[in-house]
Design a protein. Sequence first.
Length: 406
Amino acid sequence: MRYEKLFISITTICYAFYIFSYPPSFYNDDSLFLAQGIDFFSVIDFSPHFPGYPALIIFGKTINIFVEDSKLTLFILTASSAILIPTVIYFLVKKIVNYEAALVAYIISLTSPYLINLSLTMLSDSMGLFFFLLGLYCLQVNEDKKAGFIFAIALFSRPSYLILFVLGFIYLLFYKKESVKNILIFFCFGIVFFLGFIFINEGFLYIIEAKRFIIGHFNLWGTGQNSEINWFENIFQFSNIPYALLIYCIFKINYSLKLYYALFIFYLLWILLAQNPDNIRHIIPLILLSNILIASALYSYKYIIIPLFLIFNLLTISNFSQNYSPIENIAKDLKNEDKMIITNRGIEILRVLQPNTVIDKYYSHSTNYLQTHNQTITISTLKPKNKKYKEYRGRFLGEHTYYLYQ
């Protein structure tokens, strides 16, 4: 117990060195849009796309005053948020349960392949989760005013975690009524601040874009309508085998963690019904909540739990060796080509990083016509049959392998 803080400090620093040994590399078009938003904020121009992530953009613009490179700024901000998540989990679990459970939760979170995903994608998930967990810690130590504003930062970093905030508010009404007033006041102050930033820049065009984007998300692209993957495949895979221990947590419920059980159950329903299984990163809040629940229920078996998770985590991580994202590696290889590119992945990244014409594969009739009348190269995450192809593997669990073929 005497050396736990030293252990956490050293291992967190080591993990930070490991993550920052990677170069900044765009995971998908959304990460490019966020970097562009740091340079020039405009939701209407997809810089970034709706809902705009104003908390992330404001933090990013502040850091970029000193860095003067929006891509590197975004990497520093999102990677740092991910790096600090296990430490926040440690202090949260220590406050609710004890230091042994906290240490187990910290170790299995720090070594998780999903944490590498959070660290390298350069998206809003890491910042949203970091501030959400930090807000829960402030709530636990009765720092209600801080918690309220921190929750606002979390929501406006990652608004798709709205379900977590709704559940948290219901919990407060039933179990911490004395905290509701201060939390709401400072939460609303944060809402006014961040919405003010949006409307000063966008005006009421933001409302029109919100309607268009939300309808498109639920009807066209956002819930896996065109995906070849399903949530069953994402949940029941090799790296998640240790999470079978959640069954034990059902029979040994720690009632001081009832909020976390509720967050787990309802967020699971949320991703199954409203999130795209093509993006495995949507499962990460479940992973972190599972780490908290398993560590809290089984910390007395730490000499079994920690090695079990370490074996599966390290085996999964060892399958990846790339430094740059597949789409950036492809862009480098295509710079000297003189062919039209057909793709449904990384369209805007390719347009920024290389000179060839890029066509969105989603528009099948026009792409079929162009393939017939032009020399083309196709990029896909589906392995082509009966064609020669070049393979580009991802850097971490959840980053798709890309295939390039003519």
